[in-house]
Design a protein around this ligand. Structure first.
Ligand code: PEP
Length: 248
């Protein structure tokens, strides 16, 4: 069994003081949490979180990685640098990176490749815009996005995590219905099954305004293996409540 995986995406939020307070509260509430948990933090706070999370049951994650190994790429952070801070997961292809930083499917696939080569699990985000959903293109869009990653990483594709994040649901308060989420997750699972005999090992997370009130019904879907959570992961009581829901 895959077990549930719940990942907080802090995005560009936090400060040394706020992070310490949030993590202290989270760690104090982890006794009843049985699912896997991680937080993906801004890269400048990896050192702080590496130290605060050491020996705990919350894994450390990053939000992006360079397509390059090292060298003259000002502002970039390499996979090996992330590895230095015991980073276990790295989000790649978040819709905010695709939208605001022009990341293509090929770029996202290369980032997943870099992460895997460094022993870091890429959390590959896929998802359609509202216009694409309205035009009936949801399946085609997510399959195209995942196909690029499968093409570049076929030999170890069972080691990735996939996050289905409908763009229209991110930070909007709109959530996919459990049926909508399950439908897309099943499409993604079938695509993985065609690529690897170990597709059942791949966790497929749902992301998009998941919160303490709607997590249970989303997580009850057979192909929803956890969540990638933005806003609600910044509030310790909310994130802990979702971790406990995922632990049932
Ligand atoms: C995200 O950032 O990946 C996300 C799902 O955000 P939110 O939960 O705030 O919609």
């Amino acid at each position: 069994m895959r077990g549930k995986l719940m990942v907080g995406n802090w995005k560009m939020n936090g400060s040394l003081a706020a992070n310490a307070s949030l993590v202290t509260d989270l760690l104090a509430g982890m006794a009843d949490v049985k699912c896997r948990a991680a937080v993906c933090v801004p890269s400048v706070y990896l050192a702080q979180m590496h130290s605060l999370l050491a020996g705990s049951s919350i894994d450390l994650g990053a939000q992006d990685v360079s397509v390059y190994a090292s060298g003259a790429y000002t502002g970039e952070v390499s996979a090996d640098m992330l590895r230095d801070f015991a980073v276990r997961y790295c989000i790649v292809g978040h819709s905010e990176r695709r939208q605001y930083h022009g990341e293509s499917d090929v770029t996202v696939a290369s980032k997943a490749q870099r992460a895997l080569a460094a022993g870091i699990t890429p959390i590959v985000c896929v998802g359609e815009s509202l216009a694409e959903r309205d035009a009936g293109q949801t399946e085609a869009v997510v399959k195209r996005q995942l196909a690029a990653v499968i093409h570049a990483n076929g030999h170890c594709i069972s080691e990735i995590v996939v996050a289905y994040e409908p763009v229209w649901a991110i930070g909007s308060g709109l959530t996919a219905t459990p049926e909508q989420a399950q439908h897309v997750h099943a499409v993604l699972r079938a695509q993985l099954q065609a690529a690897t005999a170990h597709a059942d090992r791949v966790s497929i997370l749902y992301g998009g305004s998941m919160n303490a009130a709607n997590a249970a019904e989303l997580l009850a879907q057979p192909d929803v293996d956890g969540g990638l959570i933005g806003g609600a992961a910044l509030k310790a009581p909310d994130f802990l409540s979702m971790l406990k829901t995922a632990s049932r």
